[in-house]
Design a protein around this ligand. Structure first.
Ligand SMILES: Nc1ncnc2c1ncn2[C@@H]1O[C@H](COP(=O)(O)OP(=O)(O)OP(=O)(O)O)[C@@H](O)[C@H]1O
Ligand SMILES: [Mg+2]
Length: 526
């Protein structure tokens, strides 16, 4: 045996106990047991309604015949032997027409006197037989290949017992046995039993074979999935479960597993990108700090206070980056932000408008609010405030074109026709070209022209994470037109940036929302 054959044989051997443990095999075993029981049950029913009935008819026949013989016996009055002689004669008459009939008439005893018999040896069962029909074997002469032999044959019989008083005051017993040879019936009966047994065995065998084939197929599919999962666990993230194309439940499961693996791979790639970005983004401030400190150490004339101040600023930036990253990670893992409660987005928006009014004023922005009554959304109030704050921050930071004399920001909160709430923050600044709109949601992405302003490129990532956390749809698109009088007619580039977040309706019946106050800041812009 070659090494390959040997391992295959061992694998097969190991497969057997595993086959027996599969749920497919256990189910087959249960089905098989039911099938075998049904086959045996049906067999028993057929047996009872054929052989059983024949035996019952025989019983009835013997009962009536014994009654008849008892009447013949009684016709002689109290003289036992005369009566029994009449019975003998009657029995001889009956035997002429019934060739399977057997009789025995005995008197007295012990020792008994046999008055007439069809048996070589009177069957022992007769002496202590009850009133029911009973089965017994008797010896009979037969010719086999020209030789006379004695063989045992099956029979059924019933007995009638009579008692007589003798002149000396004793009691004597007489027994009449009426019996039938049941060789033929017995043969059929044995054949029927064997057939039922064979049917049961074949059903059991087929059930087990089918069960093994079925479980084997089952195991092979499960093993294929297991092998892929193990390969992935061992580091080969590119592996996928092969589909058979049969579109069965295993294919569905495999498709789902493959989808999950795709998602994991995407996340892993994302993570790698993020760590690369972090390394890249933190390296420059850290290098800067190191260089500055080294220069300061080597130069006794250096302005230590300034070094400390600038280093502190750098460290603060680093800390801010770390904190933003941590928040995003916590929100995305579902850990940050606590549990979801009904939040009135309109109220949150009003608050943020109030909070940002001084900053907007100072920067020369017109901050408008258009806040309507909206149904509550299910979420976290702090996270929604954070989301609005990040968007307003960006609008104030990037929403001004050098030529613009009336920079404007508009915060809108309106109910969606399909339920839920639409929140948007728009400005009339330079906007973001279509090609960059997806990109700016990624961590650490800052557009070239924004390099001069401070920031980590994490604000919109946090907005996206908060939106995802609320199952809200985030779209980055056009904002306010550069020329407010030319709405609809201006080229697509003549708009600022608009960020829209569509919150889904809360699953429960939304409770009546509080009336939104329409203060000076929240006046709708026409
Ligand atoms: N309203 C806007 N108008 C024009 N460009 C924008 C606007 N908002 C964001 N951007 C661009 O998208 C980039 C990413 O924004 P994001 O808020 O994620 O980071 P950031 O503002 O640069 O830094 P941080 O928010 O972490 O302080 C910005 O650097 C800017 O280039
Ligand atoms: Mg920002």
């Amino acid at each position: 045996m070659t090494k390959g054959e040997e391992t295959r044989r061992l694998t097969r051997l190991r497969l057997v106990p595993r086959l027996l443990r599969t749920s497919a095999f256990r189910y087959t075993l249960i089905y098989t047991t039911f099938f075998v029981l049904s086959v045996v049950g049906i067999g028993y029913f057929v047996y009872e309604s054929t052989i059983g009935q024949t035996m019952e008819r025989l019983d009835e026949e013997l009962f009536r015949e014994l009654n008849h013989l008892a009447r013949v016996n009684a016709s002689a009055g109290s003289d036992g032997l005369v009566g029994l002689n009449r019975v003998n004669n009657e029995v001889n008459r009956l035997k002429i027409v019934q060739d399977n009939a057997l009789y025995l008439v005995v008197y007295g005893g012990p020792p008994i006197r046999i008055l007439s018999t069809d048996f070589i040896n009177p069957p022992r069962e007769v002496l202590n037989a009850g009133p029911e029909m009973f089965e017994f074997d008797y010896d009979a002469r037969a010719v086999v290949d020209g030789v006379v032999v004695t063989e045992s044959r099956p029979a059924v019989g019933r007995v009638a017992t009579f008692r007589y008083g003798t002149p000396d005051g004793k009691e004597v017993r007489a027994i009449i046995l009426a019996a039938r040879d049941i060789r033929d019936i017995d043969q059929i009966r044995q054949d029927a039993r064997n057939t039922i047994l064979r049917l049961g065995s074949v059903t059991l065998f087929l059930g087990l074979v089918l069960g093994s084939i079925y479980s084997g197929a089952f195991l092979r599919r499960v093993d294929a999935i297991g092998r892929t999962v193990r390969a992935i666990r061992d580091g080969d993230l590119s592996r996928r479960v092969a589909l058979t194309g049969s579109d069965d439940e295993f294919d569905t499961l495999s498709t789902n597993i493959n989808g999950m693996l795709d998602q994991i791979e995407r996340l892993m790639t994302g993570m790698r990108q993020v760590s690369d970005n972090i390394a890249h983004d933190l390296r420059s401030p850290l290098t800067r700090i190191k260089a500055r400190l080294e220069t300061a150490m080597g130069d006794p004339q250096a302005d230590k206070d300034e070094v400390i101040e600038r280093t502190t600023m750098d460290v603060e930036r680093l800390l801010a980056t770390f904190n933003a990253l941590l928040s995003i990670t916590r929100i995305e893992s579902g850990e940050g932000g606590g549990s979801k409660v009904p939040v009135d987005v309109a109220a949150v928006a009003e608050e943020m408008l109030e909070l940002y009014e001084p900053a907007a004023d100072e920067a020369g922005f017109a901050l408008h609010g258009h806040v309507e009554r909206v149904p509550d959304v299910l979420g976290n109030r702090e996270l929604i405030s954070q989301l609005i704050a990040n968007l307003l921050d960006n609008a104030l930071k990037y929403g001004r074109r050098p030529t613009e004399t009336h920079p404007a920001i508009e915060l809108t909160v309106v109910p969606r026709p399909s339920g839920g709430v639409l929140l948007s923050v728009m400005d009339n600044g330079p906007g973001v070209s279509e090609g960059d709109r997806e990109r700016i949601l990624q961590r650490f992405v800052r557009l070239e022209r924004s390099r001069s302003t401070s920031g980590n490129g994490l604000g919109l990532s946090l907005v996206a994470a908060i939106a995802r956390r609320h199952n809200a749809q985030l779209t980055i698109g056009r904002g306010l037109p550069h020329d407010p009088d030319a709405r609809g007619l201006v080229p697509p580039t003549a708009y600022g940036l608009g960020v829209r977040i569509a919150f889904p309706p809360a699953p429960e019946k939304p409770k009546p929302s509080k009336p939104a106050s329409h203060g000076a800041l929240s006046e709708a812009k026409a």
